[in-house]
Structure formats: structure tokens, C-alpha cells
Design a protein around this ligand. Structure first.
Ligand SMILES: C[S@@+](CC[C@H](N)C(=O)[O-])C[C@H]1O[C@@H](n2cnc3c(N)ncnc32)[C@H](O)[C@@H]1O
Length: 160
């Protein structure tokens, strides 16, 4: 609710409101989207509140797929603040050791370049809109990194 209804999707920004009918509908989007589909989607889902590294290690098998979306330590992390370059490097080290497949979202960084090169990971750069799209059209490059051969990484990334 907060990510969809806060000003510019920043959780600590306060409630977004509008007297413009179209904008008000946009602000209210998440309310109408909470359908039974969410309940069904979560039926066979386990949610952990633990350090990601511990979750990755304890669930890893050769057939597992990890989608990894950490805070972007080299950007303004807002309410995700506190995640450091060292945390990101520890995550990258674990990703070099796993048996399963992973897809990682991040911004470009020397750290990522170093581990991608060493491990032979595949990367693709995607131009993303920086904000909610409400008036701000500037873009930023996001990097999708995977540890497997794929012709359609871009298509897969759009599924998340
Ligand atoms: C970029 S957001 C991921 C957003 C998510 N993919 C989504 O679509 O809602 C990064 C998330 O990682 C969480 N996080 C930060 N440090 C973490 C850690 N050490 N282990 C697990 N999660 C962590 C943050 O609280 C935040 O929810």
C-alpha cells in the first residue's frame, strides 16, 4: 500500500492525494488491485524475514532459481538505507559459490564488474525510468546479471 500510495512511491514521503479525478484513480490503484489473485499467488509462498545471504545459502540446490534484488548501495537508498558496499560484496561472494541459478538487479559498479568478470556472469544493461513516471522522465541504467547462458535475459527480467 505504501509503495503505491506514497508520494513518488517513497514510503516515508506521506500519502499521495489529488483532486484531479484521473490522478486520484492512479493514486488509488493498489486498493482495487488487491484481489483474490494475490491470495492465490501467496498460497504456496514462504516469506522469510532473515538476512538474504542466509536464505540463499539455506535454499540453494542445483535446480533452484534465486531472484536477488538488494538495496542499490551506490544510490540514494531512502528507506532501505544502511546497506553497504561490503554487504553487496558479501552477497556477490555468496553468488559465486551457489549451485543454483540467479538473476541479480543492481546499478553498475566496479564491484559488480570485478565479480562478473571473475565468475563469467552475463549482464545486460536496461534503461529504467528513475521515478514513478509522474512527470519525471529521466532514466538510469540498471544491470541485470545472471550466472547462466540465456538469449532472452531481457524478456525474463521483465517478468519480475
Ligand atoms: C530493492 S528492494 C527489493 C524490492 C522488491 N524486489 C520488491 O519488488 O518489492 C531491497 C529490499 O531488500 C531488503 N534488505 C535490505 N538488506 C537486506 C538483507 N541483508 N537481507 C535481506 N533483505 C534485505 C530491503 O528491506 C528491501 O526490502
Amino acid at each position: 500500500m505504501l509503495s503505491h500510495q506514497s508520494i513518488y512511491s517513497i514510503l516515508t514521503n506521506g500519502w499521495s492525494v489529488s483532486i484531479d479525478k484521473n490522478k486520484a484513480n492512479q493514486v488509488q490503484w493498489s486498493k482495487s488491485a488487491f484481489t483474490i489473485a494475490y491470495a492465490r499467488r501467496l498460497e504456496r509462498t514462504s516469506i522469510f524475514c532473515r538476512d538474504a545471504i542466509s536464505v540463499i545459502k539455506s535454499t540453494d540446490t542445483p535446480t533452484i532459481f534465486h531472484y536477488v534484488d538488494p538495496p542499490y548501495y551506490n544510490a540514494d537508498m531512502g528507506h532501505y538505507g544502511g546497506y553497504t558496499a561490503a554487504d553487496f560484496e558479501n552477497l556477490l561472494i555468496v553468488l559465486t559459490q551457489i549451485e543454483g541459478k540467479f538473476m541479480l538487479s543492481s546499478y553498475p559498479s566496479e564491484l559488480l564488474d570485478k565479480y562478473s568478470k571473475q565468475a563469467g556472469w552475463h549482464t545486460i544493461n536496461i534503461e529504467m525510468y528513475k521515478s514513478s513516471g509522474r512527470g519525471n522522465s529521466s532514466t538510469k541504467t540498471e544491470v541485470i546479471t545472471v550466472n547462466y547462458d540465456s538469449d532472452n535475459i531481457l524478456q525474463q527480467a521483465r517478468l519480475f
